[in-house]
Design a protein around this ligand. Structure first.
Ligand SMILES: Nc1ncnc2c1ncn2[C@@H]1O[C@H](COP(=O)(O)OP(=O)(O)OP(=O)(O)O)[C@@H](O)[C@H]1O
Ligand SMILES: [Mg+2]
Length: 471
């Protein structure tokens, strides 16, 4: 069946394990996310009539700033097989105003599904396309060997040469030459040589970088359709280009991939994948909740955005360039700090569409300590890697980690609580000197211990005004 079913779906525990690699603590939130994701899969396994009635469990993630809400979202994006987009709710404007309309996130989701499926296809069929591209390139580099194919031998063709008795020796030498060339090509020895190839002007690359066509799409212009239409009307133009062998290999690979992939089928599958497995993460949802009941100023527009969101969350059809997407079973996660506004400041209809509420925990000193060292992208590791480039090998003592965490916690208590982001500002202060002095004044081992943290940070904390600006 479809590709996504070929990959084993992650169990809730596996999803939590995956998130654990980057996000410390927040177990309730991780569990809730994992359950919602798994429920999609469970639903897909049911009979059609049951399936239709089961609604996705949309989540509202609530927590103070800097405790990992967005971080969780970023990590869900990496869980394979799930088309996922994260958008800031503040980006949208009410329909009719200049700006992005809410439907664009569904279009983005389909785009993500497309590229997910494309890379799956490349994984599956890439080797075959590579092989074909290699043979084609060989044909160009060594035209005499053109009619030899490794499996079927020489082609019997009706042109002049085939009537001539083929000289065995010649056959051998052609074969050997081709074989040698093939090996050289594979080893990359010919990469820098130039070769002339015909490129199809219309072959679109299979791996598309996120294109700028959304702008057109928002204006209601269907670029793909336009392109296809024009493409069918105009004969595909071949252009002769001189390129390096390594480039030629890539171009031919793309062309072969393009030939192998059935575009229509791919689009259909992408629409389905977005509908059935898509996840949309609406970040900063609290920023569009109005804490006042005033009906003037920006609040009207914020409420307008909320109203625009309703049908999407409830289930509606959105036109995308690949076809219509029904949003009934797209899973929505919304997250916000809700320090100024409260979830109850959202319009009631929207509140009701996020039935599962999860609160994030505030982070304590122990969490900070773990955040500093445990995640795969931990801050201390980032500084180590950066300075390693300049020949400085940084080490942190346990005391140092302890002190950084303590100072961060204290700064949060004394000033504004910005959660784990405080670790970033403190680390920046702490490492400033090393970052500047490497490599000219500093090299070799560089130990950060409790004392040096104390020396760098404590004076800043003591001075209230200084701390407010610097930390
Ligand atoms: N629980 C955590 N585990 C690991 N790192 C964390 C955690 N919480 C926060 N961080 C770190 O702090 C940074 C900010 O966190 P994040 O972006 O998730 O904040 P947020 O909860 O979305 O806050 P806001 O409401 O301000 O958007 C992250 O880049 C990450 O490095
Ligand atoms: Mg955030």
């Amino acid at each position: 069946m479809s590709e996504q079913q070929m990959q084993p779906e992650k169990t809730p525990q596996q999803i939590v394990d995956e998130l654990d690699r980057y996000v410390i603590g927040q177990h309730k939130a991780k569990r809730a996310v994992a359950i919602s994701l798994r429920n999609r899969y469970r639903r897909r396994c049911l009979s059609r009539d049951l399936r239709e009635d089961i609604r996705p469990k949309n989540l509202l993630l609530i927590g103070p700033t800097g405790v990992g809400k967005t971080e969780i979202a970023r990590r869900i994006a990496n869980i394979s097989g799930i088309p996922f987009v994260k958008v800031e709710a503040t980006k949208f404007t009410e329909v009719g105003y200049v700006g992005r309309d809410v439907d664009s996130m569904v279009r983005d989701l389909v785009e993500v599904s497309m590229s997910l499926l494309r890379s799956q296809r490349i994984e599956q069929m890439g080797p075959k396309a590579r092989e074909r591209a290699h043979e084609k390139l060989l044909d160009i580099l060594y035209p005499e060997g053109r009619r030899y194919h490794p499996l079927s031998g020489f082609e019997k063709s009706s042109d002049e040469q085939s009537n001539l008795p083929i000289d065995i020796e010649e056959t051998d030498s052609v074969l050997i030459k081709r074989q040698q060339l093939s090996e050289q090509l594979l080893k990359g020895e010919l990469d820098e040589k130039e070769v002339e190839i015909d490129v199809n002007d219309q072959a679109t690359p299979v791996v598309e970088v996120f294109s700028s066509q959304t702008g057109f799409e928002e204006m209601g212009i269907n670029m793909q359709g336009l392109q296809n239409m024009l493409g069918n009307m105009l004969p595909s133009r071949q252009r002769r280009r001189r390129v390096k062998v390594c480039e030629a290999r890539e171009i031919m690979f793309q062309e072969e991939m393009h030939n192998i992939i059935d575009q229509d089928e791919l689009q259909k599958e992408a629409l389905n994948l977005a509908q059935e497995s898509g996840v949309i993460f609406l970040d900063e949802i609290d920023k569009i909740a109005s804490s006042f009941t005033s009906k003037s100023g920006p609040d009207v527009s914020r409420e307008g955005v909320q109203r625009d969101l309703l049908p999407l969350v409830e289930g509606t059809s959105v036109m995308t360039k690949y076809g219509i997407v029904k949003t009934d079973h797209i899973l929505f996660f919304a997250a916000g700090a809700f320090n100024v506004s409260k979830p109850s400041d959202l319009i009631p209809e929207l509140q009701g569409r996020f039935p599962v509420r999860v609160e994030f925990d505030a982070l304590n000193v122990d969490d900070f300590k773990r955040i500093l060292v445990e995640p795969q992208n931990a801050l201390t590791r980032q500084y180590q890697a950066l300075l390693e480039v300049d020949g400085l090998s940084v080490e942190y003592t346990t005391d140092a980690i302890e002190a950084i965490a303590r100072f961060a916690f204290q700064a949060n208590a004394d000033h504004e609580n910005i959660g784990a982001r405080r670790l970033h500002t403190i680390m920046e202060q702490l490492m400033e000197e090393a970052a500047f002095d490497a490599p000219q004044k500093l090299s070799g081992k560089y130990v950060v211990d409790g004392e040096s943290v104390e020396k760098a940070i404590a004076p800043l904390l003591k001075n209230h005004d200084l701390a407010r600006f610097i930390l």
